[in-house]
Ligand binder design. Structure first.
Ligand code: XLS
Ligand code: MG
Ligand code: MG
Length: 412
């Protein structure tokens, strides 16, 4: 193939996107509680060893593009849209008004707002720093986010503590830091109760998000399970208002089975919100689009969530790769992420309705005839052949994933 002229390249991308087929309409996409983060769309490709590869883009354009794609909800950090120095000032409320207008004009809703407690130098010693002034500032920031959330009509607020941890050992007392961090959450819940009452709105759902590594060397609340323990620790004045926003990759990063982590959150009735993406075990936070690395695991995650009637949002917290252009972010990256999610969600429905999986599961639950439950040998013999069904179910899930259950065949 000869070199492709630069001014022909976007047309080529669009033609191949069409040729891929399998795209859902914007109307279908809007039926799902899928949210698009401001920061994901605005991510310019920068990192410690990476210069940006894309130009900046503001919320007006992003909201417009999300509307075209059919992403019905928008989420943001406070400082994604409001400069740090304008937080809490009249300028903040002017920006919030502009956001409201953009959302209204394009028929989107703001579902979640979150506080940035990791980027600015003020958080160098974490939002629960020793210096009382920094901790007061952290309270101001989370309370201010609660106010913005109510103003934008959000139902959720998320806390990824970010820099709650340390680089060097022994300089902080972890129990003090956790108490101080709880103080900020307590202030946010208290403010929420007041604002909700004043505005006649339901209170927000406050969701903690764990990440095992980054941006500190050691993290005080590294996993969703650690956060469940923190919620139940007695430090929170309103534990009933606080739940989890697990992120798929953050659980995978520490080596967990994300589906098991989600199951534990479901059992605790704390699965409020879910950040969806993909990546690799024991690596950094690569935030790849949902289903591109672990589609089989993703299918199984969605089977669990469908069968337990999870109704919260699916927040597309991924990062369009640096190789994807500014044009590609909205032509390829966002629509394909949404579509892979919907396809996997539909497949999860097929798994739940599949007669083979159903019969195999029923048979496993019935077990074999047992003479005595005290007799290990007898119990083993009674179930020996049935247990082969575990692998048969796994094979069937693979068939569903690649469409063989619908007659897709491969010829040699
Ligand atoms: C970072 C987190 C972040 C949160 C919101 O790793 O995923 O994007 O979701 O602060
Ligand atoms: Mg996240
Ligand atoms: Mg991540």
């Amino acid at each position: 193939m000869p070199p492709i002229p630069v001014d022909h390249q976007t047309a080529l991308v669009s033609r191949l996107m069409k040729a891929c087929g399998g795209a859902y309409s914007a109307e279908t996409r809007r039926k799902y509680f899928i949210s698009g983060p401001q920061w994901a769309a605005a991510y310019q490709g920068q990192a410690l060893f990476h210069a940006p590869t894309r130009p900046p883009i503001g919320f007006e354009d992003i909201i417009h593009k999300f509307a075209e794609i059919g992403i019905g909800h928008w989420t943001t950090h406070d400082t994604d849209v409001i400069p740090t120095e304008a937080l809490g000032t009249p300028e903040q409320w002017e920006i919030v008004d502009r956001i409201k207008r953009a959302l209204n004009d394009h028929g989107l809703k703001c579902s979640m707002v979150t506080t940035e407690t990791f980027f600015h130098a003020v958080w160098a010693a974490s939002p629960a720093a020793e210096a009382p002034g920094v901790r007061e500032y952290a309270k101001f920031r989370v309370c201010n986010t609660v106010e913005i959330g109510h103003e934008l009509g959000a139902g959720f607020t998320v806390y990824w503590p970010g820099s709650l941890g340390y680089y060097v050992q022994g300089a902080i007392d972890e129990t003090d830091s956790l108490r101080w961090y709880a103080d900020a959450l307590n202030a946010a819940c208290q403010r929420d109760i007041e604002v909700a009452k004043r505005k006649g709105r339901p209170a927000l759902k406050h969701c903690l998000e764990a990440k095992p590594f980054e941006p500190q060397a050691e993290i005080l609340l590294p996993t969703s399970d650690a956060m469940l323990a923190f919620i139940a620790s007695g430090l929170l004045t309103h534990p009933e208002m606080v739940g989890l926003n697990p992120e798929y990759l953050h659980e995978l990063m520490w080596g967990a089975a994300p589906r098991a982590a989600l199951a534990r959150a479901l059992l605790a009735k704390k699965l409020f919100h879910f950040d969806i993406n993909d990546g690799y075990r024991l690596k950094h936070d690569v935030d790849i689009g949902v289903g591109l690395v672990n589609p089989l695991d993703w299918l199984n995650v969605l089977v669990l969530l469908r069968s337990h009637h999870y109704e919260g949002p699916f927040n597309l917290d991924y990062k369009p790769p640096r190789t994807t252009s500014h044009f590609g972010v909205f032509e390829v990256s966002f629509p394909t992420s949404v579509d892979r999610f919907i396809t996997l969600w539909e497949m999860a429905g097929e798994v739940s309705a599949d007669p083979i999986i159903k019969q195999a599961t029923d048979a496993l639950r019935a077990g074999g005839p047992v003479r005595s439950t005290d007799d290990a040998e007898d119990l083993t013999r009674a179930n020996r052949e049935l247990l082969t069904l575990h692998e048969l179910i796994a094979h069937r899930l693979f068939q569903i994933l690649i469409g063989q259950h619908r007659g897709r065949v491969f010829f040699t």
